[in-house]
Ligand binder design. Sequence first.
Ligand code: PGA
Length: 248
Amino acid sequence: MRYFIGNWKMFGTQKSIKIANNINNFIKSDKNRNKYRVIITPPFTLLQYFSNYFKKKKIKIGSQNCYHKDLFSSDTGAISPFMLKEIGCEYSIVGHSDNRAEGDDDNKLKQKVNFCLKNNLKIIYCIGENKTHKNKKQTFKVLRRQINNILKEKINYKNFIIAYEPIWSIGTGSVPSSDQLIKITGFIKKILKKRFKRSKTPAVLYGGSVDDKSIINFKNLGDIDGFLIGGASKSPKKFIDIIKNYYN
Ligand code: PGA
């Protein structure tokens, strides 16, 4: 099973449901539809609307972030996994580099993972090195820490997806070479295989400047179970072409 996840970030109004609906219509008619799953993570303001609309359709809905503990709290602006689950949200992104930069440290992320799982919310857990780590050859060290930190929780592999997103690639148009990606995803899978049973390891996705053109570089990399797509997921044509170009 492959994943194509559209992270809309701070984009969209109610009218933007058309974008997701176009993608849903494409999936319905696509001969490859049983080979992949599409998840859209719109902003919080659209979650309930999208969750209701896509309830019995092909597209699954996720949030871009969530609170790390407590069903309810006095933390202004926070939304808990419990509240997300109640409105039909199935997934949450956890640990996106935007949120790590705003203070999501290892401890908080471990709590988020734990609290999502308790509330039956599946996790898309983002990891990735920045440019300095890359230049100092610290990529493996950073990734190992980011993964091991949350593997302290008891996790069902089916509820957990890892998205490798090098920060230097997000929104920049630069992507890792195939060789780099093979090495890095192999490294991530090796860590996961130690912790999970061999045949039951979580999916590992790539994210960072994936679009209808760059997808060509990734199509034959068997260790990559899918893609987390930011900018290009706001255009139905580009998103659909990513899927088409991946399979054709
Ligand atoms: P991008 O974003 O595809 O625009 O690089 C990816 C992400 O931040 O998840």
